[in-house]
Write a protein that binds this ligand. Structure first.
Ligand code: GRF
Length: 225
């Protein structure tokens, strides 16, 4: 078994930060419920008290706290409260899963290389919001999602894993978003597994994977008839 950040053998302890529906949180909870998954969800934090994801966590018996950002005097106080809660739960890896607050350089540096995000595009294409409509407007043939370590610049940082989905000619932002979301639910647990198994090393701007890892065949869109 891999030796994890704490220096003790065991499962990697995740803290998951959410703001809303929490479907990626659910994917992580489902993965963590499988006995051989090398990570466990230790704490779920939301900056919104009514985030549906909090109920998903509680339903799975996982500690879930609302820390409404509006209850804090400023961003540093809010982020310090989150950090205290995460550290009290011995969290080793923080997973952003639809967390809708911009994080300060202080928080990003404090959790450097222990903080990952899932973003609904094939980064570095389409950072920011409205990624599905922007992909349609750009006429790309593949779209997808990315799990990456977080750096201060929005939606930047070493890429851990990506999933590509084909764009279909009759797609709307909604149909494309649903296809990407299904891929997100596969990708996030895979990326966490790779990190928890100690197979991901950050080297400069890149995350290097230790193999052996199967590589998919070339995908064409469209394919020759
Ligand atoms: C996902 O599309 C994720 O990529 C983005 O925010 C959305 C969160 O959805 N960062 P959910 O709350 O996990 O359902």
């Amino acid at each position: 078994m891999a030796l994890l950040n704490s220096g003790t053998p065991g499962k990697l302890k995740l803290g998951v930060l959410i703001s809303g529906r929490g479907s990626n949180l659910q994917a992580l909870l489902n993965a963590a419920a499988v006995p051989d998954f090398p990570a466990t969800v230790a704490l779920v934090l939301s900056n919104k008290a009514d985030a549906a994801g909090l109920e998903r966590a509680r339903g799975a018996g996982i500690p879930a706290l609302a820390l409404p950002h509006k209850d804090y005097a400023d961003k540093p106080a809010f982020e310090q409260a989150m950090t205290r809660a995460l550290e009290d739960a011995d969290v080793q890896l923080v997973c952003l899963a639809g967390f809708m607050r911009l994080l300060s350089p202080w928080f990003v540096d404090h959790w450097r290389d222990r903080l990952i995000n899932i973003h609904p595009s094939l980064l570095p294409a389409f950072p920011g919001i409205d990624t599905h409509q922007r992909a349609l407007d750009a006429g790309v043939r593949f779209h997808g999602c990315t799990v990456h370590y977080v750096r201060s610049e929005v939606d930047s940082g070493p890429i851990v894993a990506q999933a590509a989905v084909p764009v279909q000619s009759d797609d709307t932002a909604d149909t494309l978003s649903a296809r990407v979301l299904a891929a997100e639910h596969e990708l996030y647990p895979l990326a966490v597994r790779l990190i928890a198994e100690g197979r991901v090393t950050v080297e400069g701007d890149r995350a290097v994977l230790a193999g052996p890892l199967p590589i998919p065949a070339t995908a064409l869109n469209p394919r020759p008839a």
